[in-house]
Design a protein around this ligand. Sequence first.
Ligand code: 13P
Length: 249
Amino acid sequence: MRSKIVAGNWKMNKNLTETEALLVQLSAKLPDTDAEVMVAPTFVNLAAAVRTLDSSRIEVIAQNMHFAPNGAYTGEISADMLLNIGVDTVIIGHSERRAYFGETDEILVKKVVAALENNMRVMFCFGEELEDRKSGNHFNIVESQLKNALFSLDVSHWNKIILAYEPVWAIGTGETASPEQAQEMHAFIRKTITEAYNSGVANKVSILYGGSVKPANAKEIFSKPDVDGGLIGGASLVADDFAAIIKAI
Ligand code: 13P
């Protein structure tokens, strides 16, 4: 059985006071579900979030990390720093990191390997841009993103990988992939992993959908057989909305 996962990527939102308040609200409203629930606050509030959620089943995860173990990388955060405050899952490859901070496949593969070497779980994000979808190139793009960052990993590492398909045109735009488009791509991702590894790996990996998931559309998207949950941006910043999305799984 694959894990069902609903994760909130808070991006560069919520100061410390707001972070603690939102987590308290969310804990109070957390629906009773078997799904794993995760939140990714900004780096400076991770330790406080871990403390606030001490007895909660909500997991605190990081939005990014550097691949080096330590050293002269001003402004960066290492795996050890995350682990030391109790964070052992990290988002890698978000399209905003790729678009605004120059993160290439070469950099991402180093980050993935560094996280896995530290026994962390990786939530790997990928997805095509609007032009790719319009030109019918979306399957090729997704396949190459997966291949370049993940397909040189040893098969044994795949139990630490979570995938998040986030079509760039659906992020923060209010335009979501239709449940059929999400299912079609998730099935394609599983087929691609089956070809690169085997069906055991492909059927065990959780594949989340991200891009304008809201309470109103979550249930239909999550009902698709290859969609194992969601990576939620804007709607995860409102306790009622995020709780409703968790309920939908
Ligand atoms: P939105 O839900 O705001 O579209 O963001 C999705 C996302 O980028 C999550 O990582």
